[in-house]
Ligand binder design. Structure first.
Ligand code: C2E
Ligand code: MG
Ligand code: MG
Ligand code: MG
Length: 286
């Protein structure tokens, strides 16, 4: 018993440090929106056969008052636990649609640019979420056909009974649904068949470690599934020209990754799109 207590004493401070950090993040996150510390960056999505930018993915960033940035993988789960994901998620959606509408209006060749927004399971479970999306589209004037909502495969599987009707309501608005991190979430093929989705995103783990024959076959299998179910396919995490070439050769229609561009501030994205439009004046070169 004595030893057990001693062990507990050694272990406790480390635990409480982690808990303190967590509590601090939760506390600071509460002020992030009113203090203007959140921003949205955009990563281009490329049509691999032509190299043209067909869309962007909105990715949330938090600059916590004068400290080093915290990645979304750390603070999004805290936002989910605290319920802050709903106001923050609605804010991201509004920003993304506002920016998207601005680019449609002002950038030559960007009239059809799609904007993908990541949606947490906690947002999707809320029966008011489709109304929120409709309201944001109305406010910003952004076309539902240009909006994509990304939902991870694991979220779709976990809360299917609650979320499926909401996904259908969103698709009735004309919004497209994308299955994020596909290949990591254990969904059955029957489930996938019945799911109202438009796009699958091949998880970056298949692309980053894509050199092996096994990975090549898995990517081909996902492409076949996508083709069979009439889903568009986007490969995530393309970091090298070699990976880009390989995916293109396998017939993957779309891709995104650091090789093309990291996530950019809205201003930097505008410059990127403008340069792309000058370099590739809407001509295809298959
Ligand atoms: P995700 O939706 O799968 O986003 C892709 C992540 O991969 C992003 O990380 C992106 O910056 C990163 N990435 C892009 N290209 C490459 C590449 O070539 N190589 C590598 N290694 N990584 C690449 P990020 O921005 O840190 O976001 C991480 C995750 O946080 C996202 O994964 C998404 O699940 C979540 N997230 C980000 N923004 C939001 C948001 O607004 N709402 C919600 N609910 N989740 C978000
Ligand atoms: Mg995503
Ligand atoms: Mg992903
Ligand atoms: Mg991810």
């Amino acid at each position: 018993k004595e030893r057990g207590r001693n062990r507990a004493q050694v272990f406790e401070p480390a635990m409480s440090q982690a808990q303190q950090d967590h509590a601090r993040i939760a506390q600071d996150l509460r002020h992030a929106l009113p203090r203007d510390e959140l921003s949205v960056h955009y990563q281009p999505v490329i049509h691999l056969p032509t190299g043209q930018v067909t869309g962007v993915e909105a990715l949330l960033r938090w600059q916590r008052g004068g400290r080093s940035p915290i990645p979304p993988e750390v603070f999004v789960p805290v936002a989910e636990e605290t319920g802050l994901i709903r106001p923050i998620g609605a804010w991201v959606l509004r920003e993304a649609c506002r920016h998207g509408q601005h680019w449609h209006d002002t950038l030559p060749g960007a009239e059809a640019l799609s904007v993908a927004v990541n949606v947490s399971g906690w947002q999707l479970k809320d029966h008011r979420f489709p109304d929120t999306v409709q309201q944001v589209l109305r406010e910003t004037g952004f076309s539902p056909a240009s909006l994509v909502l990304e939902i991870t495969e694991s979220t779709l599987v976990t809360d299917a009974d609650t979320t499926s009707p909401h996904i259908r309501a969103l698709r009735d608005l004309g919004v497209r649904i994308s299955i994020d991190d596909f290949g990591t979430g254990y969904s059955s093929l029957a489930y996938l068949r019945d799911l109202p989705a438009d796009i699958v995103k091949i998880d970056q783990s298949f692309v980053l470690r894509g050199g092996s024959e096994t990975n090549k076959s898995l990517i081909q299998a996902i492409l076949h599934i996508g083709h069979t179910l009439h889903l568009d396919v986007i490969a995530e995490g393309i970091e090298t020209p070699h990976q880009a070439q390989r995916l293109h050769t396998l017939g993957c229609p779309h891709g995104q990754g650091f090789y093309y561009s990291p996530p950019l501030t809205p201003t930097a994205l505008e410059a990127y799109l403008t340069i792309q439009a000058i370099l590739k004046p809407s001509k295809t070169h298959k």
